[in-house]
Write a protein that binds this ligand. Structure first.
Ligand code: ATP
Length: 219
């Protein structure tokens, strides 16, 4: 890697299953922020939500299928590895470990505005900004931010993607993109209710075939 500055995007999530909304966000962020690499980081045991419908191995396999032929997009297994070692899955630890691996890189943690609105409930959330920038993308309905979070990010908002490149972490950038309707909850519900015709355009064919073959998300 030498002394060259690298620009890295990270999309954390349950990916239960990965869908076109995730892929659209990653592709858009990669272009708009001119990122060298996008890392998909599947959660092992998510701390903010219930147990996933699919096992870590199945969620990993689906991610690998979805990213198969996309250059510059990779799966980062560190949270799943930690879960195997029974460690809790805090984003702060993930970011600290990414930062330790890439001390000079600009790190962008990409989240939907639904996830960002809940940020102040995350473990030691203010410290996340010591490790990365936050890139917030709008989902279907725009979320209001709670006052604590609004106050904290005042003065940290980057007006342009270029501004982000002036520092390695610490800023918030609202990335405008057309909202993508896909949601993993809706996809799981459609499969459980045998309405798979409704979701064919919401996730890669290879992932859909894997779900069928492994009989995932059936009621
Ligand atoms: P679920 O419905 O199970 O909550 P999800 O579809 O939100 O799942 P996650 O794996 O939880 O998927 O999402 C990972 C990240 O991707 C989160 O930051 C989430 O806000 C974002 N995200 C997921 N779907 C979209 C979408 N359609 N548009 C923009 N961001 C999205």
């Amino acid at each position: 890697m030498g002394f060259e500055q690298r620009y890295i995007g990270c999309l954390g999530g349950t990916f239960d299953p990965v869908h076109d909304g995730h892929l659209a966000v990653a592709a858009h962020a990669r272009l708009a922020l001119r990122l060298d690499e996008m890392r998909f980081i599947p959660a092992g045991v998510p701390v903010h939500r219930g147990v996933p419908g699919a096992s870590p191995e199945d969620r990993l396999a689906m991610l690998r299928l979805a990213l198969d032929d996309r250059s510059g997009m990779i799966v980062d297994e560190r949270e799943i590895r930690n879960a195997r070692a029974s460690q809790p899955n805090y984003t702060l630890h993930t970011l600290q470990s990414l930062r330790a691996d890439m001390p000079r890189a600009m790190l962008c943690w990409i989240v939907g505005d639904d996830a960002f609105a809940a940020l102040a409930t995350w473990h030691r959330w203010q410290e996340l900004f010591d490790c990365a920038h936050f890139i917030v993308v709008t989902r279907e309905t725009r979320r209001e931010l709670p006052e604590t979070l609004r106050a904290f990010i005042r003065g940290r908002e980057a007006a342009s993607a270029e501004t982000l490149r002036q520092q390695k972490s610490g800023l918030v950038y609202h990335l405008a993109m057309p909202p993508h309707v896909a949601s993993a909850t809706a996809i799981r519900a459609a499969i459980a209710e045998n309405r798979t015709g409704n979701i064919q355009n919401l996730l890669p064919e290879t992932v859909l075939a894997y779900i069928a073959q492994r009989r995932l998300y059936r009621a």
